[in-house]
Design a protein around this ligand. Structure first.
Ligand code: FDA
Length: 284
């Protein structure tokens, strides 16, 4: 447990909103934008879903009060999707109202493939009320190409492109880094060519190199994309390089009591991290 806590220290911005907002302030000072995520998913009761929604709503107020450059990322199942459409819709509407009041943006994260259709529907529904709301598409899903085609007629669409983190069957999802990377770049090109605002969310240096080449080749203005990374993932100087080039960098900052599960997920993604933590512990 204490070992995982050491890992959490790297990837999680504390357990409380106050701690997370301090981290956001520090990131802003360095020139980075942020998006806050309260850790957790698959909330079991309507009361708990409302409590999470209220915590998110409170974050919008604090962000505004402190003048931070930070939006919010939410998971539909965290604010009630498993409980029912009414529950999640009501909570989303509450958040959109608060986002509008504080002139901020809401990102709807994408969960596993059983929820893709519902998540897109929720997003479409949200856009009828408030335009500053975005979605996430996963490059490993075969369907994503079609989902992006539907965005062509959706002026003002804003999506985050990531590889996808869930275990999905080969029937619906591309397997293997090489092929996923190639689809990621194909989808990115599509977004650029159709002038759809895209958050390029990856730590993969090969994709970053190729994105730079594509931006130059297609002469994409820097207000049509941003780079996004998870808080704590080492990026070999790329974040500073993005800033030097005048590109926006948004850091996904998770916080909350569910740090154990999140840190275990990061550890599975990159077991080398265990080595770095051990080295740090011995250095101390
Ligand atoms: P890949 O996994 O191939 O990693 C590339 C390199 O980065 C490797 O060398 C790897 O070791 C290193 N690396 C990756 N993760 C690391 C870590 N945690 N610590 C240290 N090194 C690491 N997924 C999803 O399904 N729905 C979503 O809504 C989101 N949202 C999201 C937001 C943001 C801002 C990011 C960056 C990512 C997501 N993801 C996500 C997760 C995403 O789908 C993917 O699983 C991870 O980003 C890892 O994929 P990479 O593109 O980084 O490549």
């Amino acid at each position: 447990m204490s070992f995982v806590r050491a890992i959490a220290g790297r990837y999680v911005a504390g357990e409380t909103p106050e701690e997370a907002l301090v981290v956001v302030k520090e990131l802003n000072k360095k020139g980075f934008s942020a998006t806050l995520d309260i850790l957790g998913e698959h909330t079991k009761t309507a009361e708990a879903a409302v409590a999470i929604t209220d915590q998110y709503a409170g974050l919008y107020e604090e962000i505004k009060k402190q003048g931070l450059d930070c939006n919010l990322s939410i998971k539909p199942t965290h604010i009630g999707l498993d409980i029912g459409e009414n529950c999640v819709s009501e909570n989303l509407m509450k958040l959109l109202k608060k986002a509008a009041k504080t002139d901020n943006f809401l990102r709807i994260d994408m969960e596993d493939s059983t929820l893709t259709d519902q998540t897109i529907e929720l997003w479409n529904h949200c856009q009828m009320d408030y335009l500053k709301v975005g979605i996430v598409f996963q490059a490993y899903l075969y369907r994503t190409e079609n989902d992006l085609k539907n965005l062509i007629k959706n002026s003002g669409a804003n999506f985050r492109l990531c590889k996808g983190i869930y275990q999905e069957s080969p029937d619906i999802a591309i397997q293997g880094r090489r092929k996923i990377n190639s689809n990621f770049l194909k989808l990115l090109r599509f977004a650029f060519e159709y002038k759809i605002y895209v958050g390029i969310a990856t730590h993969d240096l090969e994709i970053l190199g190729n994105s730079y080449a594509m931006i130059a080749e297609l002469n994409i203005p820097s207000n049509m994309f941003e780079f996004q990374v998870l808080y704590g993932v080492p990026m070999s100087g790329w974040l500073e390089k993005h800033l030097e080039n005048g590109y926006k960098v948004r850091i996904y900052v998770p916080y909350g009591k569910d740090w154990y599960e999140y840190s275990m997920r990061r550890l599975k993604e990159n077991p080398n991290i265990a080595g770095y933590i051990l080295k740090d512990l011995f250095r101390r």
